[in-house]
Design a protein around this ligand. Structure first.
Ligand code: V55
Ligand code: FE
Length: 490
């Protein structure tokens, strides 16, 4: 019987599936003290396969999402973990085995699940209008109760849990939607919106109550993975980087995605509430940018900050030329694109903002879409030891994007930090005033702890360390929600 996970790096050691759901009250605070004034929850999600892979192996991106919540109140921290109950998860749990095959490739599934939503909801969780939305970029959002983490169902906005008569027509929705801190609007898009490897992109704006108020459709110059995007006060930008996709490859049972460095990067810009035919494409040299830190516009110029690598960062997406994976081009640097909407230029400017190797950014969310100064990211500090060579990041960094000054915290050669999250001190605090938190995985002891830092002094070390009695499989994205916002009823 194939009920064991393969003995491969995706399923062993630190990556061994946890598959644990439950609650732990009053986590141990093993160092320092949890600031008493902190009231709210840090939500995050990551892949944690519920069943061994149908095809004998799989990529990390295809694991079922487990959502975790760390709730802070009066100096105490409580913990919860629950699977996002996607349709895939429910069907496989009923069958007690994997029914869905390769990442993003429906042609590798058992015929009985044809046409079902394949998403794993494993990439990001965002709180909006009283719902915790869990995302996989090939599917609609999955709504969960933020208090219990119980799954409510796939969500088509406007209060709907059915696609019938929904305004939302895209088959997909990004894992990186953006909230405008002033209006509370949620901006998002779906790529491959009409099916696997289609060039169609659907863009949606929802108001602070989750009602769709704006929609635009357009085609990308080529079909590719569009993992993140950028919204500013006046514009929205869609970056097309050459992780290309192909229906033919999918039909042959091959990887849907392949890296094609012969293609340029295109960035499509349109007014924030623009129409599809208003999109304007700017071109630039090929590169890879998984995540954008922030964007803003001033006097008709759009500035986009992201973590930019020269080449393909994902070894599991092959090169179209058959070239072997090249680890020399995978290191991401904080870079700024400038797109001038005033003239009629067809290219964008590119400059490096700092010489640190960084990814997995977060910012003070009150400055999203606006000129900002502070970013927190994971960093690779080459002067610090790496025991685990596979680990790309060994430090937590605070970068002042105006001066380029970077402060880092190194937790030790066995500690793998995960994406930081920012907790603001209050509505009147200056930008960056507050705390930044991050989970750290000890790759030797296979343990996990949560550390909080004074956000502008991460190099001073954590103000507290909160220990988990269970190992958490490394996660992806999430963020902090203040308790007063969690009181919102959908
Ligand atoms: C990413 C992660 C995904 C995915 C596509 O760049 C892109 C990260 C965890 O899943 O499906
Ligand atoms: Fe991401």
């Amino acid at each position: 019987m194939h009920n064991t996970f393969p003995d491969t790096p995706v399923y062993t050691g630190y990556n061994a599936p946890g598959r644990f759901e439950g609650e732990i009250h009053d986590l141990e605070v093993v160092s320092g003290e949890v600031p008493k004034e902190l009231a709210g929850t840090f939500f995050r999600v990551g892949p944690d396969p519920a069943y061994p892979p149908k095809l004998g192996s799989d990529i990390h991106f295809n694991g079922d999402g487990i959502v975790t919540a760390f709730t802070f109140k009066n100096g105490h921290v409580d913990f919860k973990a629950r699977y996002a109950e996607t349709d895939k998860f429910k069907l496989e749990r009923a069958a007690r085995k994997a029914l869905f095959g390769a990442y993003r490739n429906p042609f590798t599934d058992v015929p009985e699940v044809a046409g079902q939503i394949r998403g794993t909801a494993n990439t990001n969780v965002v709180y909006h209008h009283g719902r915790l939305l869990a995302f996989k970029e090939d599917s609609p959002p999955l709504a969960m109760d933020p208090h219990t983490l119980r799954t409510q169902g796939y969500y088509w906005f406007d209060g709907q849990f059915s696609s019938e008569n929904a305004k939302f027509k895209s088959q997909t929705y990004t894992a990186h939607p953006k909230i405008d801190p002033k209006s509370g609007e949620l901006f998002g898009f779906g790529y491959a919106a009409k099916g696997v490897a289609t060039k169609d992109i659907a863009y949606y704006v929802a108001d602070k109550e989750g009602r769709i108020t704006h929609e635009a459709w357009f085609e990308a110059p080529y079909s590719a993975m569009v993992h993140d995007f950028v919204v500013t006060e006046n514009y929205v930008a869609f970056p097309i980087t050459p992780i290309t996709s192909s229906l033919e490859r999918a039909q042959r049972g091959e990887s849907v995605f392949m890296w094609d460095s012969a293609l340029p990067v295109y960035v499509g810009v349109m007014p924030r509430y623009g129409r599809g035919d208003q999109i304007r494409w700017f071109r630039g040299p090929t590169c890879f940018e998984a995540h954008f830190v922030n964007g803003f516009d001033k006097d008709g110029k759009v500035y986009i900050d992201g973590a930019q690598a020269q080449g393909n960062v994902f070894p599991f997406f092959p090169d179209v030329t058959g070239a072997p994976f090249n680890p020399k081009v995978v290191l991401p640097y904080l870079s700024r694109w400038t797109l001038d909407m005033n003239g009629d230029g067809e290219t964008f400017g590119n400059e490096r903002l700092s010489d640190s190797v960084v990814e997995f950014p977060c910012i003070d969310p009150r400055y999203a879409m606006r000129k900002y100064r502070h970013a927190w990211l994971l960093a690779q500090d080459p002067d610090r030891p790496f025991i685990h060579q596979k680990m790309v990041f060994n430090s937590l960094a605070h970068v002042d994007v105006v001066s380029g000054k970077t402060r880092t915290y190194f937790a030790g050669p066995n500690e793998g930090p995960q994406e930081p999250f920012f907790i603001g001190k209050g509505p009147d605090a200056a930008e960056g005033e507050g705390w930044v938190g991050a989970l750290f995985c000890n790759l030797e002891k296979l343990t996990t702890d949560l550390r909080l830092f004074d956000a502008l002094n991460v190099d001073a070390g954590p103000v507290c360390v909160i220990k988990l009695p269970v190992r958490l499989r490394p996660g992806l994205h999430g963020g902090w929600v203040h308790e007063k916002d969690l009181a919102h009823k959908p």
